[in-house]
Design a protein. Structure first.
Length: 233
């Protein structure tokens, strides 16, 4: 299938800023909460900052999303910022505080989604030449931040949900789950890419991550729409 470059450019123009702010503020929130809980590792590295430049990873924030957009003709995109360092042993109450640090990222994304929805009410006060572009950016921000929050709460280390689960589960269950962290990225790649490719060759939809995320994403979008009165159809 030929690449629709016009569609890709339009997609990039309305998603680039929401993606950059979503992934960088997500990481900044981890560092901020870690610092409040006793670990100043991120603070000493200048990572407790809402300046996106401090968190951008050239490959994960720019190259990988652009490559995926090109390869999928705009149907699939994934990216990341530089992970914020957290020293587990330096936290005041390590097990409890790691839950708070991990949950801070997705919580920030949900806050960004809510703020983006509320900012839609300011669009009529923006010059007409920019209003449609700004509105598309804000709608994209709502969707991207909700998806990022839900994805990161999948209970698989090194995702935030995995670290929350490790902190909440009894030791007998938390220990084997924590050991998965060294293989977590490979498992995610298999679930996101390999398994769906196998399913496609069999004529079966095996996009298990998307299927698992669909209901919570839709529920959160409906909740934000109810709270703000802004729809995203």
């Amino acid at each position: 299938m030929p690449v629709d470059y016009g569609h890709l450019l339009q997609l990039i123009s309305v998603t680039a800023l929401p993606v950059i702010f979503a992934v960088t503020l997500h990481e900044a929130a981890h560092g901020f909460v870690a610092n409040r809980c006793g670990d100043d590792s991120a603070l000493r590295l200048g990572r407790v900052s809402f300046n996106p430049v401090r968190h951008i990873d050239p490959v994960g924030t720019f190259l990988l999303p652009l490559l995926l957009l090109l390869l999928s003709n705009g149907r699939f995109v994934f990216g990341y910022a530089k992970p914020v360092p957290v020293a587990y042993a330096r936290l005041n109450r390590p097990r409890r505080d790691m839950i708070l640090v991990a949950a801070a990222g997705p919580a920030t994304n949900l806050a960004l989604a809510l703020v983006s929805a509320l900012l839609v009410f300011l669009v009529p006060y923006v010059p007409t030449v920019m209003s449609e572009w700004l509105k598309a950016n804000l709608y994209a921000s709502v969707l991207i931040n909700v998806i990022l929050a839900v994805f990161n709460m999948i209970p698989l280390p090194p995702l935030d949900g995995g670290r929350v689960a490790v902190g909440l589960l009894p030791i007998s269950l938390a220990a084997p789950l924590a050991k998965l962290e060294r293989h977590g990225i490979l498992i995610l790649v298999a679930l996101l890419v390999l398994v769906p490719m196998i399913g496609a060759s069999w004529g079966i939809d095996l996009n298990l991550v998307a299927l698992a995320m669909q209901r919570p994403v839709n529920w959160l979008l409906a909740a934000i729409q109810w709270a703000t009165g802004v729809g995203y159809d």
